[in-house]
Each structure stands twice: as structure tokens, then as C-alpha cells.
Ligand binder design. Structure first.
Ligand code: AMP
Length: 402
């Protein structure tokens, strides 16, 4: 069985074609800069060189057309007929409180998704365009939607509610939703497999640390709390996002700076100009920050310290929420690749039974591994995330009613 996973961003279409018997990737790529003159298509398939070309992709439909044509290409393609694709899995960033699990696309589901446009205006219309483009190009092939928010739908109300007047929850659905759910779900399942225990007997904290970061408390396979909120802005300090701040800073900025009367300018300030970027004045990229810290840059060090401290606070809070944990899992760009960040976060947590083996932690490896000391009560694990595979598995599950 072959499954195509599609991830439509506001100006990109990313895809992976899986062979599900082996769960291996057969072909993958991205069409970037959709709608712009500099649009390009980068792709690769198993056993072949990567190719990159400038392309004409005025919209998501044209981008999806390019992808399907490439997959079907006589010389370089990976399939001979579209019917070889059993189902298409779409990554959807925000399912609001409408979607608590993956669903097969039909007219009602599409109507429900349209109702989610206002809650994630950057992402959902692009996802929707992608779904329609796939329907057009792969007529008759079913599509499944897999939501980043779905895994977090098990949170209790006291964890997902904000203490603002209740009417805004009722009218505007303002509540914590949480994000990166597919990643938190994947790594918690892998952690259980690596520990050789059923997931429903484990307490795990998963730290997805990338450009965007979120920490999740998972008990018996169910999310109890997560650091991102109504939007992916809440929580820990991130690459260019501020994470938790005193909400009263917002009306203050609006009062003092006329340019912030426009809500969009404030959104840009908090989402694109804050975090590591805003504090260091240098970059939102952790690799640049780590290098600058080593070279003695004080503001880079402050930004680095703030990010690690904010993650440590969430881990400690969720340790209390769960009354202890079996495993702490690091994943995503920073979590998988930065020993310096992991070491700093785990330093001085021995009171919680979190003890890192700093030598193991520093060993370069792209593999899943345990980096805690043998006496550490909590297993510290590094697990590369695989959201695409998780989406493919979900699509298969829905299609086959597993
Ligand atoms: P992601 O959003 O998961 O792709 O993660 C992107 C983040 O991972 C960026 O901040 C990168 O700087 C960071 N990253 C990737 N590789 C490394 C590395 N070797 N050391 C430190 N940070 C890294």
C-alpha cells in the first residue's frame, strides 16, 4: 500500500510518498515560493539524485499538479498510475474544537474545516486549497485529515481553559488547543516501544524543540497539558516567538506606540521578531546562537539562557502535574541536535530523578537513544520525530478501519 502525505503551508507544498509495508519513503520533495516568480521545486526519490528546478506555480493547484506529474513521470517517477496511491494524508495545523481525531474528507468535513479558517488564518486556507487540488488531480482517491491539535484534545478542562470571562470560550472558542500533536504522539509511542512497556502504563514529558517549541505532559498515552495555547505563540521561548509574556504588555505597547494600534504589527512583533531573535538581536536560529555564545556574545547568551530556563520550568511543572515521570523525550531540530541545549535544560534536576550522562549526550548521532545515567530514575531519551510517517499511519488506520 502506498500513501501520499501532503503538507500545504501558506506558500509551499511538501510531500512524502510512503510504501507502507516497510514504512519507507519512496519519494519526497517541496514546491516553495508558490505565487512568486522565484518558485522552485526540489525533490528526491529513492536511489536517485536530488533535483531542483525553477517552476511556475501560481497557486496550490499548480504546485500539486507538478508533484503528481513528477510522481507519474515515465523516467523519474515512482508510480505508474494514480490508483497506486491508496489514500492521501493531509497535515492540518488547527482543528479547533471541531476535530478531535483524524477524519476521512467529505462535504461536511470540508465545511467544518472552512469554519476553522478564522482560528488559523495563515494555515487553514492553504490546507484547504491543497485538499481541493489533490481532489482535482487524484480524483477518486480518498483523503484523510490529520490534525496537529487532535492529540491534545484529551486535556482536562481546567488545563485548557483560560481564566477570562467564560463567554469568550462559548462564543469565540478561545481555549488552549496545543500544537505539534502529531510529533508528541509519535515520540511518546516510540518511547514506550524503546522502554518495552505499554504506553498506557507510562508518564512521559515530550519536549519538541525546533523553530517553534512545545512541551507536553502525557499520562497513559493521553495528553494532560501542553505549553502552546490558543495559538502556537504561547509557552516556552522560541526562535522568533516570545512564548509566555505578561498579557498586560500588549495594551501597554498599544498605548505607547501608535504603530501597534494595528493588531497585525503586534502579531509580527511577537511571532517574528521576538524569542532568540528579539533578545539576541542576532538570529532566531539556535546554531547561530550557540556559536555566538561560544564567541562570548552576551545577548546571545542571555537568549540561550532564557530559552533553556523556560523549558526547564515547564518540565518541572509537568513533573509535578504528573506526580513523577518515567521518561523525558527530546525531539525536533534543537531537541535532536543540540547537546548544549539538552545539557543545560537537564542540569540540576537530580531532585526530580533526572540525571543526564553528559558524555553520551554529547556523542553525535542521528539515532534514537537514551542519554541518562544508569541511576537516573527518569530515562532521558532523544527520538527523531517523524510527523510524515505518523500522518501516513493515521491515514492507513482511518482507511482500513483498524
Ligand atoms: P525545526 O523547526 O525542528 O526544523 O528546528 C529548527 C531549529 O533547530 C533551528 O533553531 C536550528 O538552529 C536548530 N538546530 C538544527 N540543528 C542544530 C544543531 N546541530 N545544533 C543546534 N541547533 C540546531
Amino acid at each position: 500500500m502506498k500513501i501520499l502525505v501532503v503538507n500545504c503551508g501558506s506558500s509551499s507544498v511538501k510531500y512524502t510518498l510512503f510504501e507502507m509495508e516497510t514504512e519507507k519513503k519512496i519519494a519526497w520533495g517541496i514546491v516553495e515560493c508558490i505565487g512568486l516568480a522565484e518558485a522552485y521545486y526540489k525533490r528526491q526519490s529513492i536511489g536517485r539524485e536530488e533535483k531542483k528546478d525553477s517552476v511556475k506555480a501560481a497557486d496550490h493547484t499548480q504546485a500539486v499538479e507538478l508533484v503528481i506529474k513528477e510522481l507519474l513521470d515515465k523516467e523519474n517517477g515512482s508510480i505508474q498510475n494514480i490508483d497506486e496511491i491508496s489514500v492521501v494524508g493531509h497535515r492540518i495545523v488547527h482543528g479547533g474544537d471541531k476535530f478531535s481525531k483524524s477524519v476521512l474528507v467529505d462535504k461536511d468535513v470540508k465545511a467544518g474545516l472552512r469554519e476553522c479558517f478564522s482560528i488559523a488564518p495563515l494555515h487553514t486556507p492553504a490546507h484547504y486549497a491543497g485538499i481541493e487540488a489533490v481532489e482535482k488531480m487524484l480524483s477518486g482517491i480518498p483523503s484523510v485529515l490529520v490534525f496537529d491539535t487532535a492529540f491534545h484534545q484529551t486535556m482536562p478542562d481546567y488545563a485548557y481553559m483560560y481564566a477570562i470571562p467564560y463567554e469568550y470560550y462559548e462564543k469565540d472558542h478561545i481555549r488552549r488547543y496545543g500544537f505539534h500533536g502529531t510529533s508528541h504522539n509519535y515520540v511518546s509511542q516510540r518511547a514506550a516501544q524503546m522502554l518495552g512497556k505499554p504506553l498506557n502504563e507510562l508518564k512521559i514529558i515530550t519536549a519538541h524543540l525546533g523553530n517553534g517549541s512545545s512541551i507536553t505532559a502525557v499520562e497513559n498515552g493521553k495528553v494532560i497539558d501542553t505549553s502552546m495555547g490558543f495559538t502556537p505563540l504561547q509557552g516556552v521561548v522560541m526562535g522568533t516567538r516570545c512564548g509566555d509574556i505578561d498579557p498586560a504588555i500588549i495594551p501597554y505597547l498599544i498605548d505607547v506606540y501608535p504603530e501597534y494600534k494595528d493588531g497585525n504589527a503586534l502579531n509580527i512583533l511577537m511571532n517574528k521578531k521576538s524569542g532568540l531573535m528579539g533578545v539576541s538581536g542576532l538570529s532566531g536560529d539556535m546554531r547561530t546562537i550557540v556559536k555566538a555564545v561560544a564567541a562570548g556574545n552576551k545577548r546571545a547568551k542571555l537568549a540561550f539562557d532564557m530559552l533553556c530556563y523556560s523549558v526547564k520550568k515547564y518540565i518541572s511543572a509537568y513533573f509535578g502535574v504528573l506526580n513523577g515521570i518515567d521518561a523525558l523525550v527530546f525531539t525536533a531540530g534543537i531537541g535532536e541536535n543540540s547537546p548544549t541545549v539538552r545539557e543545560r535544560i537537564c542540569a540540576n534536576l537530580s531532585a526530580l530523578g533526572i540525571e543526564m550522562d553528559n558524555v553520551k549526550n554529547a556523542e553525535p548521532s542521528g539515532e534514537e537513544r537514551v542519554v541518562s545515567t544508569p541511576v537516573s530514575k527518569v530515562k532521558i531519551m532523544i527520538i527523531p520525530t517523524n510527523e510524515e510517517l505518523m500522518i501516513a499511519r493515521e491515514a492507513k488506520k482511518i482507511l482500513t478501519n483498524e
